[in-house]
Ligand binder design. Structure first.
Ligand code: ARG
Length: 328
């Protein structure tokens, strides 16, 4: 793998090196303010965080509460080598994610301890997490063929949570079966979602974002990532769109195909203002049927027109069998 790519991976998540502080204060301080410390790099001091001027994953838009109930955010590892990643709930007890998120420096050994996982589910705004949104991890399974050194092939892991996620907090997403390549064709509209950086080298987002992108052919992706052993068409699938991409911190999150199947009305509480009744806004939330086809793995930069994002391919039999085995 080229040096820049390695950087991308290693950096992957260091955007968040504040996890220890975060965990240290969990018991004492409300989670919401504890999480504010994710921006402990000085770029965004607590309490002075600007509203998100460009609300993007890169080139995306905020996800309404409840629209993607399978989205998972987590931090893990010690403060100096810790990471923040995405994931997807695939059973009430299991999170699908990227193997490179499970250890320091792009996932190398030794793996992070299960006790170091801080998993958040069921709230699009990480500044509003409550105790009911927080889960622990009891077991981490990495794909046995994962190659952290050369190709990042089989960049897949499954986290077992410490308890079932109640249906009111999160619901699992369907994923394609072994060999099911229905959604793998070039140009297939797909969505990627996460709390990662909103530009190459930029800040991560405290609100969940999603971007509409499209599958890129294996041939085009192999032409972009053309060093020997860099791109594996069997275990990887690529996607992108002009100005849109996943980015650091989105790793492990899902790439999914989306079909709208209905709508529902959601009541959203406004801010409390002194002496006034809290306003309740009604919004129409589309109901989608989502099918996960990929896992955010790596990319050269973010939204670089010459380099699409690369995803672990869930329909690949070797990946699919691993997942079904790990959650079975
Ligand atoms: N490796 C990154 C992470 O750990 C994900 C990079 C995705 N990059 C991209 N251009 N799609 O968060």
């Amino acid at each position: 793998m080229s040096a820049p790519l390695v950087d991308q991976l290693a950096y992957a998540l260091s955007g968040v090196g504040t996890r220890r502080r975060l965990v240290g204060v969990l018991a004492a301080v409300p989670l919401a303010s504890a999480l504010g410390s994710r921006f402990g790099n000085g770029a965004m001091a607590k309490g002075r965080r600007p509203r998100h001027a460009q609300p993007e994953i890169v080139g995306g838009h905020p996800v309404p509460q409840g629209e993607l109930p399978f989205m998972v955010y987590y931090e893990t590892g010690p403060q100096d080598t810790g990471v923040a990643c995405g994931g997807s709930l695939v059973t009430p007890r299991h999170v699908l994610t990227a193997a490179h998120c499970t250890g320091p420096d792009g996932g190398h050994n030794p793996p992070f301890l299960t006790a170091d996982y801080f998993v958040a589910i069921g709230e699009v705004n990480l500044d509003r997490l409550g105790q009911e949104n927080i889960f622990g991890v009891v077991e981490v399974s990495r794909h046995p063929s994962w190659d952290p050194d050369v190709s990042q092939a089989f960049d897949v892991a499954v986290l077992e949570l410490d308890r079932d996620v109640p249906a009111g907090i999160g619901t699992p997403v369907a994923f394609v079966g072994s060999g099911d390549d229905r959604f793998n064709g070039a140009g297939q509209p797909v969505v990627v979602s996460g709390w990662g950086r909103t530009s190459d080298g930029g800040n991560s987002s405290s609100v969940l974002l999603e971007a509409d992108i499209a599958v890129v052919s294996d041939a085009d992706c192999a032409a972009a990532y053309n060093r020997p052993g860099e791109f594996d068409p069997n275990s990887m699938i690529c996607a992108g769109a002009p100005g849109r991409d996943s980015c650091q911190g989105d790793s492990g999150g899902p790439l999914f195909a989306q079909v709208k199947v209905g709508e529902r009305i959601e009541k959203i509480k406004g801010k409390k203002k002194k002496g006034k009744k809290r306003k309740v806004k009604k919004v129409v939330v589309p109901i989608f049927e989502n099918t996960q086809i990929g896992i955010v793995s790596f990319g050269q930069g973010c939204a670089d027109p010459d380099f699409p994002g690369v995803y672990a391919e869930v329909s690949d039999p070797a990946i699919n069998n691993f997942i079904t085995g790990a959650i079975g």
